[in-house]
Design a protein around this ligand. Structure first.
Ligand code: NAI
Length: 687
């Protein structure tokens, strides 16, 4: 055996007449330029070297190849490109085996499908997630996949970006063999057993399928993918596998891939991807070692407390759950138990794992148990008086060095911290509902919060499989502050002439899953009502205040849970248009402000709502509430339903004409009245 170094990221070695080609490009063996040229050289070596009869391509480290290097996608792609590498494998007269472990995703799966056989270690995941990045597979994935799986299954896989496990891949004939261990040895044996025969997928035809079923699958894929351009293109590309010759379809796939790669949508999705990776990084001045976390105490077993408990249990932490009385505690405990039972019943969780999680839950009403906790998370009512009282008690019971957190949505974290004798140990951990599902976690830095406490908050976020984002302590932090500005603008729009359904449908067209009024109905209008009442005394009377929500609440219309809010609900389903009661409340509000109601176009609604967000984002960035502009996009996309493919409000703003935006912001200020501060957009617009 002799070692031959091609490129630093691809190594080759001949073992018993088989050329072993190792991809070594940590951490994910991304298909970057050095890997592609290394592979090309290795295939050339395979063709030329009379001593080798076959090759194995394998990844070093934890994975085969988990995708592309996304940074290259923003620029012109350098040669050799992946289709060329795969063409070389197919053109070479000797068989090549792909030996898979970890992940074979995107280009990784395309490369594997371009080989003559595939063997996988159990636990390998395979998939073509390109559409989730606004593109389609561009190296034959849409052509070789259906030749094995059939068009119907390929449509689902490509259009959803679904990842499948090795066992399913075997049954779909995407791989030829699964092994439990010794992947390299088994791959060598497979390569030797092929006796020099090529088995190119390109020469196969997709299995015959019923045209009507294919049509149905195509429609289902478009529907599930919300008709996004990449999904439409993916449907077209996969269907070409039965309509065009292999080479024609392959060329067409590449052409569409190249177009989509530089589209705004793909750029937005790449922006989100990088923004999420960046968000978890703390600024240099607060880099510190996180404190150790084993036991979390949660105070308040309501909606949030139980959701946080489940998230912590799922991450393997022990959880102490505290309530004010036995009845509330029992309701909370039951919610956690019900959650695990329903997961088990749905076949989504093994009974043993559920039982182990439940066994780590320790519900109680005696505060003495707080001593065991490394971290205490308070999730009681959103009331400063109650929170201060609770924090005094936490201070009395928690051990020295424990991290103390509040899940408050709006309240001043410093005031809460100062209720204790250890404000350096206090921070905000703002979870989103349902807390065991939503990825976002705002980690709120108080004036005195110490660096290692912040590091512990970020660390907890990662351990709970969430996206922690650092935010300053200001009303509403990042997310609620921007969302409030947005919702307020939407209320102005109601008074100016639109109905709630006009606003909601305009914003749904933009891409939000739900419009702001449907969202308000879903969360319950009483939360906002209570807050408005609490703020009434300090509200500046010159502000434009829209009282529509208060009047709905006064009539008992608290949202979906009472059968009516902005909309009425019949059998739990929203009635599309608003009823006379709501319309007359809105008309009266317009009248009282002396507004002659007019029709607003969907574009105007969208622009006003988005500009309100952008303006608030610029203000809070200038205030230092967000440490970087891209964090704002992560918060809005992950926590508030801002469409991912629009990149977030900051990305959106960067696509607009600045002068026009500034002019419109001046007008928005006039429409919004007293209290609307026009932001300087410079910092926000400069990446
Ligand atoms: P909730 O009303 O469902 O639960 C609060 C729980 O705290 C109740 O079970 C109550 O019995 C308990 N509690 C009250 N005082 C207590 C005390 N002194 N000692 C022990 N337990 C006590 O409220 P929810 O919705 O769970 O909210 C909790 C906190 O989370 C609030 O600060 C809220 O602003 C915040 N939050 C809520 C979100 C939501 O969507 N519901 C989202 C993010 C944050």
């Amino acid at each position: 055996m002799h070692l031959h170094k091609n490129e630093s990221t691809v190594r080759t070695a001949a073992i018993n007449h088989v050329l072993m080609i190792e991809i070594n490009n940590a951490p994910i063996n991304a298909c970057s330029i050095s890997v592609r040229s290394g592979l090309r050289d290795a295939i050339e070596q395979l063709s030329r070297n009379p001593d080798v009869t076959a090759a194995v391509i394998i990844g070093t480290g934890t994975t085969f190849m988990a995708g592309f290097d996304l940074r290259e996608f923003g620029q012109p792609l350098q040669e050799p490109q992946l289709p060329g590498v795969i063409a070389a494998i197919e053109a070479c007269g000797k068989p090549v085996v792909a030996a898979l472990h970890g992940a074979a995703l995107g280009g990784g799966l395309e490369l594997a499908l371009g080989c003559d056989a595939r063997i996988a270690l159990t636990g390998t995941v395979l998939g073509l997630p390109e559409v989730t990045l606004g593109i389609i597979p561009g190296a034959g994935g849409t052509q070789r996949l259906p030749r094995r799986t059939g068009v119907v299954r390929a449509l689902k896989m490509v259009c959803s970006g679904e990842r499948i496990k090795a066992a399913e891949a075997l049954s779909l004939r995407l791989i030829d063999e699964i092994v439990e261990s010794d992947l390299k040895q088994h791959a060598l044996a497979l390569a030797a057993s092929m006796a020099g025969r090529k088995r190119r997928i390109r020469e196969e035809s997709p299995p015959p399928e019923d045209a009507a079923i294919v049509e149905q699958a195509a429609q289902a894929a478009v529907w599930a993918g919300k008709g996004r351009p990449a999904v439409l293109a993916a449907v077209e590309a996969v269907r070409n596998s039965t309509r065009l010759s292999f080479d024609e379809a392959l060329a067409r796939e590449r052409e569409v891939f190249q177009q989509l790669r530089v589209s705004t949508e793909a750029r937005a999705l790449r922006h989100q991807y990088f923004a999420e990776r960046e968000a978890v990084r703390l600024p240099a001045e607060v880099k510190a070692q996180a404190r150790e976390l084993r036991t979390v105490a949660i105070i308040g077993a309501g909606t949030m407390g139980t959701g946080i408990a489940i998230a912590a249990l799922d991450a393997g932490l022990s959880v102490v759950l505290l309530e004010q009385d036995a009845a509330a505690l029992d309701r909370g405990r039951q919610r956690v138990v019900d959650h695990y039972q329903s997961r088990v019943a749905a076949g989504k969780l093994k009974a043993g794992i559920a039982a182990a999680s439940e066994a780590r839950l320790n519900p109680g009403t005696d505060w003495a148990v707080l001593k065991q906790a490394d971290l205490v998370i308070e999730a009681v009512f959103e009331d400063m008086g109650v929170k201060l009282e609770v924090f005094r008690k936490i201070d009395a019971h928690a051990r020295e060095g424990a991290v103390l957190a509040t899940n408050t949505s709006y309240l001043d974290v410093d005031a809460i911290a100062n209720a204790t004798r250890r404000p350096q140990d206090v921070l905000g951990l703002h979870f989103f509902s349902p807390a065991n599902v939503m990825k976002l976690l705002e980690v709120v830095r108080g004036a005195k919060t110490s660096a290692d406490v912040l590091a512990t908050g970020m660390d907890l976020g990662k351990r709970l499989n969430k996206l922690p984002v650092l935010t300053g302590n200001a009303f509403g932090f990042i997310g609620n502050r921007i969302y409030n500005a947005y919702r307020k603008q939407c209320e102005f729009i109601l008074e100016d002439g639109a109905w709630p359904e006009d606003v909601d449908s305009a914003l749904q067209t933009f891409g939000f899953a739900m419009g702001p009024f449907a969202v308000a109905d879903l969360s319950g209008l009483d939360i906002a009502w209570r807050m408005r009442k609490a703020q009434a005394a300090t509200r500046d009377p010159r502000e434009r205040y829209v009282a529509i929500l208060d009047q709905l609440c006064e009539q008992g219309r608290l949202g979906r849970k009472t059968g009516a809010g902005y909309y009425r609900y019949e059998d739990g389903k929203q009635v599309k248009s608003t009823d006379e009661v709501v319309r007359s409340i809105i008309e009266k509000a317009s009248g009282q402000r002396g507004i002659a109601r007019r029709t607003l176009s969907a574009e105007e609604v969208q622009r006003r709502a988005l500009l309100a967000m952008v303006n608030e984002a610029a203000l809070l960035l200038a205030d230092g509430v967000a440490q970087r502009a891209s964090d704002i996009d992560v918060v809005l996309v992950q926590g508030y339903g801002f469409p991912r493919w629009q990149g977030g409000p900051v990305f959106w703003a960067r696509q607009q004409d600045r002068a026009a935006m500034e002019t419109d912001l001046q007008q928005l200020a006039v429409k919004s009245g007293y209290g609307f501060t026009v932001a300087d957009l410079s910092q926000l617009l400069n990446p």
